[in-house]
Design a protein. Structure first.
Length: 680
């Protein structure tokens, strides 16, 4: 029989509906049961694409003897971390404090009041890896609750006090944002950079797209070292391994230092952020392989992670047929079968160094070993023909791979992640002049406006799946969607996109802002937890606070309303000191600081869009300009453009461009060449 999780919309929760564990979702019902029966809570947090979450389910949650212990001694709650980042953030901080490391699956034990007192991550079914078995943990925790209640509650109280201080305390700091912050952060990044393998840190190695975006922003200010670092990192990741050269898109991270063997799940938020930084690198360098990676990644998202309503799915699983990575790896025999032409075989085998022994558990993860010039020298093929020939071979490999059992798809749509991908498609549509990407962006924009807000209150929800909305949205949902809509407006200058973004901005301020400065992650209308959290660090996704700062700075430029600037400045000031010391943990904040430092360009194009303004648009979007907002004022329209575009007439009836910078506007330009000179 199915348990209560069968009624949930989250695919991750529904995966556990047939466990013999008496699972509850996080709910008043579960919390009241714990209090009324005076039982501790076992809280298990994971997500659908998590490999070790599946392992722990198979080993423990599907085991009748383990489930009997869980049901006898605990109220068991299962949470999808992607639905409830507030719970995940609070209790992950507790686990890290208890064990000095974190991860998923997260296993944490709480008092009936929700205060944590013991926890960890994965526990095996039998003692191994220098860890006790999960059944031993369950028995020991149950015994401690029954026999040593006072000490357990004391531990829980101390830990909860620490969490309130670290996660919910006031934002401190009044330092001024200046260019020295950007310079110091870039220097720190250069000192820590792995010039051998690319990226920062040791294995497991994460892609750090926000850090790379910050470096590309620095490059637009003339920082050559920043551009060199960014390109080196992008080249290291883009040669394959963590990047799927056959089907496009990036895996979550690399388990080694060389970006070879990925943790094979594919997350929407990684691909949104990485598509954008490869796009920016192409704009700055015009190197074709950056553009190819952008297009292959976005094409992958359209093909495999897009729903019929226009929403983007959350993730693809790491496992298929119960084996991690099985869908993505190859044997030499599989390659030769998929590529019967001997010349094509030889090219691919040489390009990726494919051997019978493989490079991963007897199989091969495809990663380039020879570049185009080396391949040309080895095969005698013209170097310019290599990319096309490999693309044709990849298409055949993709077709062969489609015959395999696919990894599971988490088809819930997370509002904030959709906002990130909306920005990626919007920007790629206008920078690459790609109508398909523009159409995809508009389709997703309509999806978000139709399905993300609650139908009665207009308040954003966190998730949507199969006609069912999830919990109330968080700060990051509002801020990412606002940024996505602003980006979409600059691609498709329909004022409805901007109007929706401004409405959400004001709602975000009302729900999440702290009068003392900064933002909370949860709204004033969220349930009361042991702490009202604000996670200021940028992690795998940008923090809600850094996204909000970027949204507010853009809104200030569009409207001229100083309240947006003031709120953004109040949230940025306390970040100056930690961002300078730990730039990879505050990289999106550094992007926001770069915007705040400016100078900010405000561009208004007046005339019929797109025909009459094509020459101006081509000039505007021919390179990476991160500190810029653009508006279009059609020569005749029933809709009002943003305030920045009001009272901007055409000159002599001709399409006209206005360029303003730092409260100073230049003469309106009717010649695209003059406009280009003003932008430079």
């Amino acid at each position: 029989m199915a348990n209560r999780l069968a009624r949930e919309s989250s695919p991750y929760l529904r995966q556990h509906q047939h466990n013999p564990v008496d699972w509850y979702p996080w709910s008043d019902e579960a919390l009241k049961k714990a209090k009324s029966e005076d039982k501790p809570i076992f809280l298990s947090i994971g997500y659908a694409a998590c490999h070790w979450c599946h392992v722990m389910e198979r080993e423990s949650f599907e085991d009748g003897e383990t489930a009997e212990l869980m049901n006898r001694y605990f109220v068991n709650i299962k949470v999808d971390r992607e639905e409830r980042p507030d719970l995940d953030g609070i209790y992950m901080q507790a686990v890290v404090a208890l064990t000095r490391h974190g991860g998923w699956p997260m296993s944490v034990f709480l008092t009936p009041d929700g205060e944590p007192f013991y926890g960890g991550t994965y526990f095996p079914p039998a003692p191994r890896y220098q860890m006790p078995s999960f059944k031993q943990v369950l028995t020991a925790v149950a015994d401690a609750w029954e026999q040593d209640r006072e000490n357990v509650r004391d531990q829980a109280g101390r830990l909860s006090t620490m969490l309130r201080e670290e996660l919910g305390g006031p934002m401190a700091g009044t330092e001024t944002i200046s260019s020295s912050l950007l310079d110091n952060a870039a220097m720190k990044l250069a000192q820590a950079y792995d010039w051998k393998n690319g990226g920062w840190g040791k294995a497991p190695k994460f892609p750090q797209p926000m850090t790379i975006e910050f470096l590309l922003r620095k490059a637009t200010r003339g920082d050559k070292m920043a551009l060199q670092m960014a390109e080196h990192a992008l080249d290291a990741m883009g040669k394959g391994g963590m990047y799927d050269v056959v089907g496009g898109g990036f895996a979550r991270y690399s388990v080694d230092d060389h970006w070879l063997v990925p943790h094979f799940e594919k997350m929407l938020y990684d691909n949104a952020q990485l598509a954008r930084v490869y796009l920016y690198a192409w704009l700055l360098t015009k190197k074709p392989h950056y553009r190819r990676i952008v297009e292959e990644t976005l094409d992958f998202v359209m093909r495999e992670m897009t729903g019929p309503e226009g929403g983007f799915y959350s993730s693809l699983d790491a496992d298929s047929e119960g084996v991690e990575g099985k869908f993505y790896v190859w044997t030499l025999e599989e390659i030769t079968k998929a590529l019967p032409d001997p010349h094509e075989q030889a090219l691919v085998i040489a390009a990726y160094g494919i051997t019978k022994e493989g490079n991963f558990e007897g199989k091969t993860v495809l990663q380039r070993k020879l570049d185009d010039a080396q391949l040309a020298g080895l095969t005698g093929v013209d170097e310019g023909e290599i990319p096309l020939m490999l693309a044709e071979a990849h298409a055949k490999l993709l077709s062969a791979r489609e015959e395999r059992v696919r990894p599971g798809t988490d088809d819930k749509c997370v509002t904030s992640w959709n906002g990130l991908m909306l920005s990626a498609f919007s920007e790629a549509g206008r920078y690459l002049e790609n109508d398909t990407y523009k159409s995809m962006a508009m389709r997703n924009g309509r999806f978000l406006l139709n399905y993300a807000p609650d139908s009665s209150s207009g308040r954003l929800n966190r998730t949507w799946r199969a006609g069912q909305s999830g919990p109330k949205g968080f700060l990051e949902d509002y801020a990412a969607m606002i940024n996505g809509l602003i980006s979409l407006y600059q691609t498709d200058p329909d004022p409805k996109w901007f109007a929706a973004a401004r409405k959400l901005t004001d709602q975000m301020i009302d729900l999440f802002s702290d009068p003392a400065g900064g933002f909370f992650d949860t709204g004033t209308d969220h349930e009361t937890l042991i702490v009202r959290p604000r996670d200021i660090q940028d992690n795998a996704t940008p923090s809600g606070g850094s996204l909000a700062a970027l949204a507010l700075l853009a809104m200030a430029a569009y409207t001229g309303d100083g309240k947006y600037t003031d709120i953004a400045a109040g949230s940025l000031s306390p970040i100056v000191a930690p961002a300078g010391l730990y730039p990879t943990a505050f990289a999106n904040w550094l992007c926001a600081a770069d915007t705040a430092i400016g100078p900010m360009h405000e561009i208004v194009l007046v005339g019929d869009f797109p025909d009459a303004l094509t020459a101006f648009s081509n000039t505007l979007w021919n390179t990476y300009r991160p500190r810029l907002v653009a508006a279009v004022a059609p020569s005749s329209s029933e809709h009002h453009p943003p305030p920045v575009a009001e009272n901007r007439p055409m000159v002599n009836g001709q399409p006209t461009a206005y360029v303003c910078e730092g409260f100073v506007c230049l003469q309106p330009a009717v010649d695209p060449a003059e406009f280009a000179a003003q932008l430079s």
